[in-house]
Structure formats: structure tokens, C-alpha cells
Design a protein around this ligand. Structure first.
Ligand code: ADP
Ligand code: MG
Length: 323
């Protein structure tokens, strides 16, 4: 065990050089400068052991994900990640745990250019809270409230991989070589999400509304519908599913509900039909699938339809997806 100040020294070593950090770790508060003409987007997420990650999760993955979930919220606002603070509560300072935790945090911060500028260290049951700050040119932040009837609804990437990995934990069937590769792809998607920062940035001025869908597609689109005072209709046959998910779960009827399972750090966004060509070009530029999954209409709520127009219920909770 090492002393708290030693731990803070280790943490301070993670802090990279950044012109915007006028005063960083070591004083009573950080003093930060942002690019003129920009605004700060600020978000906080807490991860609690046993709630947000399994008790046996690898510490490096916990650290990585604690950062990534925050970065995903900045991405959804169209903000560019800049600074972060780290509040750590630890039962004891066990470096066998803390070193890989910090490594995971540093890896994710470096990946998305976040600079650690301060935090707090306390004793108690393990939890980790990160506050992330991003900058966005004045007045250009994306919000949940701008969708209009007639807009198309898109999602980035593929959906359901993380939910499938979570549902299958301890329930994996015997797998052949292709199945094993698919399993490891799904597990990577759960442990190491890649927040869509470049996409969020590029969607400023293009998307009418945007949200990150970490809480599950239906729940998150419901926020957009409510705040935009509109209805969202999703065609479940259009949901983009990865080859890995389709390898592990053979039946389409059992595949698509995973897309509602949450833990996908993808963006859902709305845009008027005339933006379709711009969005197609963006997908090519970013090498990221952007799939139209539905439309915004008059009314309220989120409604799911089959390709043949049959109404489908919103699947709830990953427990229901056990195969
Ligand atoms: P105070 O008593 O003013 O809260 P602390 O001893 O908690 O000061 O922190 C000293 C410095 O170390 C501060 O700059 C604080 O931001 C930083 N710090 C403390 N804990 C962490 C942490 N977990 N991550 C990053 N910085 C931290
Ligand atoms: Mg303190």
C-alpha cells in the first residue's frame, strides 16, 4: 500500500502537456483556457462496481470505460474533448488494482485527446467518477430537441454487440473458430467502446438532433422524441447488426432485440431528407456505417415496425435476451 499523496503523484504523471491548462493538478483548482469563440460542454458519469461493471471486470477495462462513457456524451453534443477530472473512491490503495485502472484511464484519455486536470481521492467502496469537458464553436452544439417531422433517423456503427456479450457472459455455447472470433469481437465492443467524436463533430450543422445511445436505443430515442415534441418510427428490419452478432446468434428474430440492449456507444441522429447525400459522404470519409433506421413524424413516443408494417414491442432489458 502507498500513501494517498503518492497515489496523486502517480495520477499527476498521467497529465499530458496542454496549452489550455494554465494551472493543473497540484493546486486547489485547475485553471483552464479554451479556444476563443467556443463554449464548454461538461458531462459527468459515475461507474459503481457491481452496477455498471461486473465485480470481476479487468481494472484496465473499468478505467477505459469510465472515460469512454463520458467522451461519448461529448461526442453526442458535437464537442471536441479537452479536459477531465477524476474522482476516485477506493477501499484501499492496492497498486495491483490501481496501476491497471490508471493505465486504462490514460489509454482512453489519450485516444480522444483528453487532458487530466484534477480530481479527488477518497476512501470507501470502489467507485469512479469522471467529469469531461469539451469545446464546441459558439452556438453549434447538437441537442436532443431539434428533430422535425419528416426528418430521417440514423444510427452509427452496428448495434447490440455489447448487449449480446453481456447477455452471453457465462452462457456461451460451444463455438467453432469463426464463433470464437465473433465472441472476442463482441467482448471487445463491451469492454472497449470507441466513442464517435469525429462523427459528432462532423454532424454540427447537419443533424437536427443527436444523442448517444448508451442507455438503449428505444429509451434514448424516446428522449429525442419527447424533447423534440415528435414521434419516432423505427423499422427494426433496418437495424445495422454486426457480422459477429449474426455469427453468434443465427436467427434474425433473436438478433434484432439486442440492438435495444444498451451499452452501444454509438450516436443516433436525425436529419432532413435533403442531407442524405452529405451523410452518405460522411460515412465514407469516416469509414463508419451510418444507417437510416426510421423517420420522425407528428405525434409522440417511439414506435417499432417490421418491414411489412407489423407493430413490434420494444424489447426491454438485456436479461430477456438470454438465448
Ligand atoms: P484538496 O484538499 O484541495 O481537495 P487534494 O489533496 O484532494 O486537494 O488534491 C490535491 C491536488 O491533486 C488537486 O489539484 C486535485 O485536483 C488533485 N487530485 C486529487 N485526487 C485526484 C485524482 N483522483 N485525479 C486527479 N487529480 C487528483
Ligand atoms: Mg480533495
Amino acid at each position: 500500500m502507498i500513501a494517498e499523496f503518492k497515489l496523486i503523484e502517480r495520477i499527476a504523471a498521467l497529465q499530458g502537456a496542454d496549452d489550455g491548462v494554465r494551472i493543473g493538478i497540484g493546486d486547489d483548482a485547475a485553471v483552464l483556457a479554451i479556444t476563443p469563440g467556443h463554449e464548454l460542454a461538461v458531462t459527468t458519469d459515475t461507474l459503481v462496481a457491481g452496477v455498471h461493471f461486473p465485480l470481476d471486470a479487468a481494472p484496465a477495462d473499468i478505467g477505459y470505460k469510465a472515460v469512454a462513457v463520458n467522451v461519448s456524451d461529448l461526442a453526442a453534443m458535437g464537442a471536441t474533448p479537452r479536459f477531465a477530472t477524476l474522482a476516485l473512491t477506493l477501499p484501499s490503495i492496492d497498486m495491483g488494482f490501481v496501476e491497471p485502472l490508471l493505465r486504462g484511464i490514460a489509454e482512453a484519455m489519450k485516444r480522444d485527446s483528453l487532458t487530466l486536470v484534477g480530481g479527488d481521492t477518497t476512501r470507501g467502496p470502489f467507485s469512479i467518477t469522471i467529469t469531461a469537458m469539451g469545446e464546441v464553436a459558439q452556438g453549434t452544439a447538437l441537442t436532443r430537441s431539434g428533430a422535425h417531422a419528416g426528418d430521417s433517423v440514423y444510427v452509427s456503427g452496428t448495434l447490440g454487440d455489447a448487449a449480446a456479450a453481456l447477455a452471453m457472459r457465462g452462457h456461451w455455447p460451444a463455438l467453432d473458430e469463426a464463433g470464437k472470433l465473433a465472441k472476442s469481437r463482441l467482448e471487445q465492443r463491451l469492454a472497449k467502446p470507441h466513442p464517435r467524436v469525429a462523427l459528432g463533430h462532423a454532424l454540427r450543422g447537419v443533424a437536427s438532433a443527436c444523442i448517444d445511445i448508451s442507455d438503449g436505443l428505444a429509451q434514448d430515442l424516446a428522449h429525442v422524441a419527447r424533447l423534440s415534441e415528435a414521434a419516432i418510427v423505427v423499422d427494426v428490419s433496418l437495424l445495422p447488426l454486426s457480422r459477429a452478432l449474426q455469427t453468434v446468434v443465427a436467427d434474425r428474430e433473436q438478433q434484432w432485440p439486442f440492438a435495444f440492449g444498451g451499452d452501444d456507444y454509438e450516436l443516433a441522429f436525425c436529419a432532413p431528407p435533403q442531407s442524405a447525400a452529405v451523410i452518405e459522404r460522411l460515412a465514407t470519409e469516416l469509414k463508419l456505417p451510418l444507417t437510416c433506421i426510421g423517420t420522425v413524424g407528428p405525434g409522440q413516443g417511439v414506435h417499432l415496425l417490421d418491414h411489412d408494417g407489423r407493430v413490434r414491442d420494444v424489447p426491454r432489458g438485456y436479461e430477456h435476451f438470454r438465448t
